[in-house]
Design a protein around this ligand. Structure first.
Ligand code: PEP
Ligand code: MN
Length: 344
């Protein structure tokens, strides 16, 4: 539910409305616009149905939000969210986030080498997993805190914001010390305790779509984060399960305009995990830009055959540079830009 206040409502009236709603056991989200203030009511709205909110001084209108997600909805916020992820990089609002790097942080030298290549190729956010969600408990699980330190160090040296996965609510405080952006992986999209935990931080979150999650499921998970106070959520399509084993997953590009119709949150596309195939990644990356994605997430490695995870889907640095050049052209057709990073 949104409570729209009268243009001349006073701070005392706003406080009174907020207190009234809190007294009913509901949370509020006050957004003070230039023209007027609106108050989002978060929680079990049924509690409010019979309350005469319109009668409270300062209230102009009470608008129910019919979608199950509230803070994430376009009804709540008509304009696109733009998320500042650090080092001057903004996600959403016309400039594309180019997230690239290896699947896992494997060591300082190799990460620095890959980071130099991807930045020169056009990347503006560096990725690398320190905690890896592997299907087998016997596969490489990531370097843990050592990996986080390396990622932070290389990100600082390259002046690039970094993104890394957090898999467990107990890791949130640790990962928060090193990263600019939390990644919630597909397998954890509905780990509600984890969502609530990152929701209590002030860090942007890259929320990946679960492999069998609907767009509504994804937006409900975003809502879990936002309901805790953290509005800086970026959605990420990374493919869903399909019957066709010729690709790793099935890239659902329709989710880009679909999610944008429903929500103001930016949406990134990850053709690496969606296809699992370097020969398909460039075409899907270009299509994602044309579909309106706010960023593209691609895994890159200088020696894919030696990579400790997801080597078979990694692009080589030259291939990455080539696809970013092509993406720039497609972005230009839609008056969007891929910012040119300064050299290090
Ligand atoms: C990853 O980004 O390396 C990853 C494990 O992604 P996903 O959660 O989409 O499988
Ligand atoms: Mn990976």
């Amino acid at each position: 539910m949104i409570i729209v206040l009268k243009p001349n409502s006073t701070p005392e009236q706003i406080d009174h409305i907020v207190e009234t709603i809190h007294a009913m056991g509901l949370k509020t989200d006050v957004s003070r616009g230039i023209k007027r203030t609106i108050i989002g009511v978060i929680g079990e709205e049924d509690l409010l149905r019979s309350a005469p909110l319109r009668a409270i001084p300062g209230v102009e209108e009470v608008v129910p939000i019919l979608k199950p997600f509230k803070l994430a909805s376009r009804e709540y916020q008509p304009e696109d969210s733009v998320i500042d992820v650090g080092c001057g990089v903004k996600v959403g609002g016309g400039s594309l986030a180019m997230i690239a790097g290896p699947c896992a942080v494997e060591g300082r030298e190799i990460l620095l080498e890959i980071a130099r290549h991807v930045k020169a190729g056009g990347a503006n956010i560096l990725r690398g997993g320190a905690f890896k969600p592997r299907t087998s408990p016997y596969s490489f699980q990531g370097l843990g805190e050592e990996g986080l330190k390396i990622l932070r160090d290389v990100g600082d040296e390259m002046e690039m914001p970094v993104v890394t996965e957090v898999m467990d609510p107990r890791q949130v405080a640790l990962v928060d010390r090193y990263t600019d952006i939390f990644q919630i992986g597909a397998r954890n999209m509905q780990n509600f305790n984890l969502l609530a935990e990152v929701g209590q931080t002030k860090r942007p979150v890259l929320l990946k779509r679960g492999m069998s999650a609907t767009v509504i499921d994804l937006l409900m998970s975003a809502e879990y984060i936002m309901a805790e106070g953290n509005k800086q959520v970026m959605l990420c399509e990374r493919g869903i399960k399909s019957f066709d084993s010729s690709t790793r997953n099935l890239l659902d590009l329709s989710i880009v305009p679909n999610a944008k119709g429903l929500s103001h949150l930016p949406i990134i596309v990850d053709p690496s995990h969606a296809t699992g195939r370097p020969d398909l990644i460039p075409a899907m990356a270009l299509a994602a830009v044309a579909a309106g994605a706010d960023g593209i997430h691609i895994e890159v490695h200088t020696c894919p055959e030696k990579a400790l995870s997801d080597g078979p889907q990694a692009l080589l640095p030259d291939q990455y540079r080539a696809v970013v050049d092509q993406m720039r052209q497609v972005a230009g057709l839609f008056q969007k830009t891929i910012p040119i990073a300064h050299a290090n």
